[in-house]
Design a binder for this molecule. Structure first.
Ligand SMILES: O=C1NC(=O)NC(C(=O)O)N1
Length: 314
């Protein structure tokens, strides 16, 4: 009997599907919706030290082939998500989830946020977001290899709980090599590839105008547009990272086939952003059904039978 069970950091999830941070995860009510949906797990909106309104609207637009966003890390603040997470881990110890952490101010805030989690009663997984492309004037941490190494060195000097990092897309083998060489030095539990493809531009064909307000219309791109880049990053990082570091595949998952391809490239868990925004929580019922149909059609009983087994033409 085919099963979509996914093992990740010592827990067996009913299926590999989750939301992508930022979608349907702003507050306790939205998180409760994810927790009772067909998703195997879920992640919170990236928290900064203080709550933030984020960038001016319009700041998210659905497009025919995906989405563009420049939210600017709107969130209710780390203390809110920590309180929710501690209540949640106590009420449902059998349903682990991910707490996403970012930084508005840069290096020092990343450290302070991780110190706050280390000193808290939260014992679950953390997704350290090193790749928000939408804070005006702030570079994406993970595009600075030296700073990323410095930050992880500082965090691992005090942080003893399990965590992983959310990466931006890379587009050059030299960059795949460099980020993997940095990450392989640390006891990371996972890497999430990819965050949105940063600073794209979409023009409205009736008004000849950009469609989002922040940064003159520049925003992170998600959806069908990004699947080839997402698959490449999952595959390249899987080929380069220590096997102890799992991979979460994010980017361009609209169908069971897209999910299957991310798994072929080596992903263990799968995050859905744009299509969850467009379709709502029912997307998880559909994706589970479509992915299961693919396993059955191919004669697989488990994901392990094909995970990471993308064939090449050599
Ligand atoms: O990491 C992020 N990626 C995005 O595409 N958008 C959000 C945001 O702007 O808050 N953050």
């Amino acid at each position: 009997m085919a099963s979509l069970q996914a093992t990740f950091y010592g827990h067996t999830y009913e299926n590999p599907f989750m939301n992508a941070s930022g979608v349907h995860c702003m507050d306790t009510a939205e998180l409760d919706g994810l927790a009772t949906s067909a998703a195997g797990s879920f992640v919170t909106k990236s928290a900064t030290a203080e709550g933030r309104d984020g960038n001016p609207e319009p700041r998210y637009v659905n497009l025919e082939l995906g989405s563009i966003n420049s939210m600017g890390l709107p969130n209710l603040g780390l203390a809110y998500y920590l309180k929710d997470a501690i209540q949640r881990q106590t009420a449902h110890p059998d349903k682990p989830f991910f707490l996403s952490v970012a930084s508005y101010k840069g290096f020092d805030e990343y450290v302070a946020n991780m110190k706050a989690i280390q000193d808290s009663a939260y014992t679950g997984l953390v997704e350290l977001n090193l790749s928000c492309p939408n804070v005006p004037g702030k570079p994406q941490m993970a595009y600075d290899f030296e700073d990323t190494e410095k930050l992880l060195t500082e965090i691992f000097s005090f942080y003893t709980k399990p965590f992983g990092v959310k990466l931006p897309p890379y587009f050059d083998f030299m960059h795949f090599d460099k980020i993997a060489a940095v990450l392989n030095q640390f006891d990371l539990k996972f890497v999430n590839c990819i965050n949105s493809v940063g600073n794209g531009l979409y023009i409205d064909d009736e008004t000849d105008t950009v469609v989002i307000k922040p940064k003159g219309g520049f925003g992170g791109i998600g959806g069908e547009y990004v699947k080839p880049t997402a698959l490449a990053n999952v595959r390249a990082l899987r080929q380069r990272l220590n096997p102890t570091i799992d991979i979460i595949g994010t980017g361009g998952i609209l169908t069971g086939r897209d999910a299957y391809e991310h798994l072929l490239c080596g992903a263990s868990m799968l995050q859905v952003g744009t299509q969850l925004y467009k379709e709502g929580l029912g997307v998880f019922d559909r994706l589970n059904s479509e992915l299961l149909d693919i396993l059955v059609a191919k004669g697989y009983n488990t994901i392990a039978e094909f995970k990471g087994k993308l064939a090449t033409l050599d």
